[in-house]
Design a binder for this molecule. Structure first.
Ligand code: 3H9
Length: 699
């Protein structure tokens, strides 16, 4: 503990001359759990009672000033004092106070700083009100006090986006009083306390300042959130609270409180917090820890879309790449794609021109596989054919240095069969990137039967370097994501075959929160991809999707077009915005008549229920057979690789909101129509019987 007197296990205070120092020490991020809240109130009270100090300086031990409320407490019993009470009590201190902000001063942490009488931040640190990203709003006075310092427009910007701002911007907007050179927060606290006493650092109670109304900014923000993310209830609640900041503080705080309570009770809050912890949980496993191998130079085989995306991602992370192609034309195309990707990153503000130039200088294109002799890791990203992959891995075995990791970016194929082509199966694993690989954050790390622990841990180290979310998967057809997709993809076809229109299915799933319905996605990606796969399967004598067979999509390709790129698919794109293609209705009717199907009506809820039940069924099997380690791993695969709505937390977090018993009941009902497709996974049946939830399997 940094100071001599403790008021709780997380807060202590002491004196340096006339300056009282209050220290919060609650690792890892000094979140305002109950010990911090109680300790802060008691420390400020004691200092005021003791009457020895002329200024109070609040600082934190460790890597950061308070980074927010303790979100692990959310959803549990209410523990007094609330953070709002703490902030009100700090603001009322008779002795003037100052907060010393270092690291990331976020959410409840910044709200605490707003309640002290001045804010000083260390250069290079960040601040913000990111509560909306967790499904709530700033609920300890942030929506009321920040407008008093910086006005309504800046508060809307910070609190509705949840972005982390630089402290320099904070000074410019009046949200922070001063930025100082980095140093020991305690030393800075003493110096700033002295300045408060000397009057060179002015102090005042934020809550006593008036706010200038700005109806236009409020209306603009409401329209923007409605357009950008109509599903999230907390964004409008945040704007509504900021609008109330023109009222006296007490009244404004009451509006804020009512709004945050509504958000706290919403399943959106639980989904978004599950996503926050899930992102961290996927790599918090023994397989991701321990010794790793070097990652100083990477080889990528294949300059197509995937290979170029993977190369871009590595270059952006500062890792030199040797890119291998068989022909000059392919190599040139790959280099052109990578250059375009990097230029795109510059224009989107993701990297500077200098960094882009430096990244491109780290690219070494080559037509010689032999040039992979000195790389630490090779990622093969060629055409999805087992024979080609086997040939490449056989060659890599003779070319690569001992200890080099040999990875395949395959989406479906058996990593063990690929590893068997080498004399070093312990060095082989799957690294399944998602397209566009330099943008999508998911990386499935596929463990082969013989993959060595340090090779696997290096896969996670790579994910971290690339700022991706690495998820462990075991070998099976499609691993976690594509295997589940393969199953629920069929239900979309069945819904259309049995009576729903493609537009109705799309609308229902968009209302559920998907960014785009599956038929619009098909049109965008190009219907020819699936068409060609089905044709090839037919030619190879492989079974088609048993009940559907792809007939509707095949006829659309043959008679209408391949989707957006040809102007016609499930939708027409003549005017830009997609309009349902009337010819598709005729095709669907023709196929239904051909199969003797009498169409049924499906409500929006029916569509969502069937889709999600199919999704959850296969996800349950993936957990049951160990392809995914835990339900949370499945959830993160879909949030970061497939655009599943984040506020739903992932398919298995969502499953817990329905309950296993109801899911079993649904499957048994649907099975009356199609017992082959609808089968109850044993895990789900067991859960229905013993009342367990997927969340219980996450620890
Ligand atoms: C709020 O303040 C509400 C109020 O307005 C009103 C309430 C009434 N609580 O991310 P890292 C853990 S809402 C509990 O790996 P980094 C995290 O799980 C809050 N735990 O480190 C991890 O644990 P583990 C508003 C938290 O350096 C460890 O700390 N604030 C919290 O990459 C390290 O985290 C936010 O939304 C928390 N609030 O990033 C900020 N935060 O080691 C959320 C973190 O067991 N936090 N943990 O896996 C962040 O954005 C990042 O954690 C931060 C550090 C930038 C701070």
């Amino acid at each position: 503990m940094a100071e001599s007197t403790s008021t709780s296990e997380a807060v202590s205070y002491g004196y340096e001359g006339d300056v009282a120092l209050v220290c919060v020490d609650n690792p890892p991020v000094n979140a305002t759990g109950i010990a911090v809240r109680k300790g802060l109130v008691d420390a400020f009270q004691a200092i005021n009672d003791e009457g020895k100090a002329k200024a109070i300086a609040l600082y934190c031990a460790g890597r950061t000033f308070i980074a927010g409320a303790d979100i692990r407490e959310f959803g549990g019993p209410r523990l007094e004092p609330s953070l709002t009470d703490v902030c009100n009590s700090l603001e009322q201190s008779e002795i003037p106070s100052v907060s010393i902000m270092h690291g990331t001063t976020l959410g409840g942490g910044y709200e605490t700083a707003l309640a002290t009488h001045a804010r000083v931040a260390l250069k290079g640190s960040k601040f913000g009100l990111p509560e909306v990203l967790l499904g709530i709003i700033p609920g300890a006075g942030g929506t009321q006090r920040l407008p008093r310092l910086s006005g309504i427009p800046f508060t809307l910007d910070i609190a509705v986006s949840g972005r982390h701002a630089t402290v320099e911007e904070g000074v410019e907007k009046g949200a922070i009083d001063r930025v100082v050179e980095p140093g020991d927060p305690r030393e800075i606290a003493i110096a700033m306390g002295k300045e408060v006493i000397a009057g060179t650092l002015p102090t005042r109670r934020t809550g006593e300042i008036d706010v200038t109304p700005d109806d236009a900014a409020i209306e603009g923000a409401l329209a923007m959130v409605q357009k950008k993310n109509p599903h999230l209830i907390n964004l409008a609640a945040c704007v509504n609270s900021i609008a109330a900041s023109t009222k006296p503080l007490k009244e404004g705080l009451a509006v804020e409180r009512e709004n945050i309570m509504r958000c706290m009770e919403s399943p959106q809050r639980s989904g978004l917090i599950h996503a926050f912890f899930g992102e961290r949980a996927v790599s918090n496993i023994p397989e991701a820890k321990g010794d790793t191998r070097p990652l100083d130079k990477i080889g990528v085989i294949g300059g197509g879309t995937m290979g170029s995306g993977i190369t871009t991602s590595c270059l952006m992370a500062g890792i030199p790449v040797r890119l291998i192609e068989v022909q000059q034309e392919g190599l040139d195309r790959g280099v052109a794609t990578i250059t375009k990707n990097l230029d795109g990153a510059v224009s989107r503000g993701k990297m500077s021109q200098d960094k882009r130039d430096a990244a491109l200088a780290m690219l070494e294109p080559s037509l010689e596989m032999g040039d992979l002799a000195d790389v630490d890791l090779v990622i093969e990203a060629v055409f999805e054919k087992m024979e080609i992959k086997k040939e490449i891995f056989g060659k890599l075995d003779t070319i690569c240095k001992p200890g080099a990791i040999l990875a395949s970016n395959t989406s479906y194929l058996d990593i063990n069969a690929i590893a068997d082509m080498t004399n070093r199966p312990q060095d082989v694993l799957g690294l399944h990137f998602f397209s566009p690989a330099h943008v999508m954050r998911l990386l499935e790390i596929v463990q082969g039967a013989k993959t060595a622990p340090d090779a696997l841990a290096t896969g996670f180290a790579l994910a971290k370097k690339l700022k991706k979310v690495g998820v462990l998967a075991q070998v099976c057809d499609g691993f976690i994501g594509n295997r589940i997709l393969g199953h629920y993809g069929k239900v979309i076809s069945y819904l259309v075959l049995d009576g729903a229109s493609p537009a109705q299915v799309d609308q229902a799933l968009e209302n559920f929160g998907m960014a785009m319905g599956p038929h619009k996605v098909g049109d965008l990606a190009g219907l020819d991809i699936g068409y060609m796969t089905r044709q090839r399967r037919k030619e190879e004598g492989l079974p088609a999707n048993e009940r559907y067979g792809g007939d509707i999509a095949d006829l659309i390709c043959e008679r209408e077009g391949y989707g957006r790129k040809t102007g016609k698919g499930y939708y027409l794109y003549e005017t830009g915005a997609p309009v349902p293609n009337p010819a598709v209705e005729e095709i669907i009717n023709e196929v239904r008549a051909d199969k003797g199907i009498t169409p049924k009506d499906f409500s929006e809820q029916d569509i969502i229920d069937r889709y999600m039940t199919a999704f959850i069924s296969e996800a349950a099997r993936v957990v049951e057979d160990g392809t995914a380690k835990r339900p949370v791993d499945v959830d993160m695969v879909f949030l970061f690789g497939y655009g599943f709505p984040r506020h739903r937390g992932g398919p298995l977090h969502y499953a817990d909101t329905i309950g296993a018993a109801e899911l079993v009941r649904r499957i048994e009902t649907y099975a009356k129509e199609d017992p082959n497709y609808w089968q109850v996974p044993p895990l789900l049946r067991k859960m229905a019987e013993d009342g367990t939830k997927f969340a219980d399997m996450n620890s």
